[in-house]
Design a protein around this ligand. Structure first.
Ligand code: GLU
Length: 297
């Protein structure tokens, strides 16, 4: 494969330690970057300080290191980049408006569900917050139906289409609690870090059209996307700290190789065993490059 300017990233939310599910996303992004002789970065997505667990980010970084995944540049922390999100918001402020609605009111409007399962916003505050109501959040206006189609290509799933008005609705950029929303922060960071390739879990496929829309509004390029399958528990739930997924203790090389092999196997690599973490990566990177060639991605 020819060398190219590839910059990828793993962007964990430190709501808990790395688990087998988030390890799959980490391994996929790392393999893809290495198979392209690219750069691989770590971004700690701790913008949602309510969900951030103390020490979880350090724990994730230490686990990644024990698993042989070291960032090629300085680790970026979203909690330290608020002025960048504010500056980006200021640039698209003409497309945004304050909203006074709370979750209950939005759910009660029964407009249906957005692609990500959240209640669709009925547009009550589009033309101004009703008198006597304080503004709570900031929302971005999506285009009118008919002009709201977002199309992007996923390297695995192919062409993806979403009609933003019906499937997303006007979405939140700054939350009622004052924190910038993931959708804005991720778009700003991917652009400012020069990310060319986003490799992450398929649970974010539904979010991508909103991110592509914000990229258009901000004049940012759209990276290539590869959404990999999400490892689920035996009962079909997405693994998370909440669903009781085990965290992986660093410092145990045999356990590290075992966990890496589980992730690699889940991603479709043929590997059965490896003698060490280094040996694992050497073989897995070759296998990944071959898999990409086979699938034409
Ligand atoms: N922080 C997100 C998560 O852990 C991932 C965001 C992304 O990769 O764009 O689910």
């Amino acid at each position: 494969m020819p060398a190219m300017a590839y910059i990828g990233r793993f962007a964990p939310s430190p709501s808990g330690p790395l688990h087998a599910g988030s390890l799959v996303a980490a391994v996929a992004s790392y393999l893809d970057a290495r198979a392209h002789q690219g750069t691989w970065l770590i971004r700690i997505e701790d913008i949602d300080e309510v969900r951030t667990a103390p020490g979880a980010a350090q724990d994730i970084i230490a686990t990644l290191r024990a698993f042989g995944m070291e960032a090629d540049g300085e680790i970026v922390w979203q909690s330290r980049r608020k002025e960048l999100y504010q500056a980006a918001f200021d640039r698209l402020a003409a497309h945004a408006y304050p909203c006074g609605c709370n979750r209950r009111e939005i759910a009660d409007s029964r407009l249906g569900l957005a692609a990500d399962g959240a209640a669709l916003y009925p547009g009550v505050c589009r033309d101004g917050v009703p008198p006597g109501r304080p503004a709570r959040s900031l929302r971005v206006r999506v285009p009118e139906p008919g002009q709201d189609l977002i199309v992007f290509t996923d390297r695995l799933s192919g062409e993806m289409r979403q009609q933003l008005a019906a499937e997303s609705g006007d979405f939140v950029l700054r939350r009622a609690d004052g924190y910038w929303a993931y959708q804005l922060a991720v778009v700003v960071d991917d652009a400012l870090q020069g990310i060319t390739d986003v490799v992450r879990g398929a649970d974010l496929l539904d979010s991508t059209p909103r991110q592509v829309y914000l990229q258009h509004l901000l004049g940012y390029p759209t990276p290539r996307y590869l959404h990999v399958p999400v490892l689920r528990s035996a009962t079909g739930e997405k693994l998370s700290k909440q669903t009781g997924a085990l965290s992986i203790a660093p410092g145990n090389a045999v356990a590290a190789v075992e966990a890496l092999l589980v992730a690699a196997h889940f991603l479709g690599l043929p590997m059965q065993r490896a003698q060490s973490v280094d040996a694992f990566w050497k073989a897995a990177i070759d296998d990944w490059a071959e898999l990409l060639d086979l699938r034409g991605v």
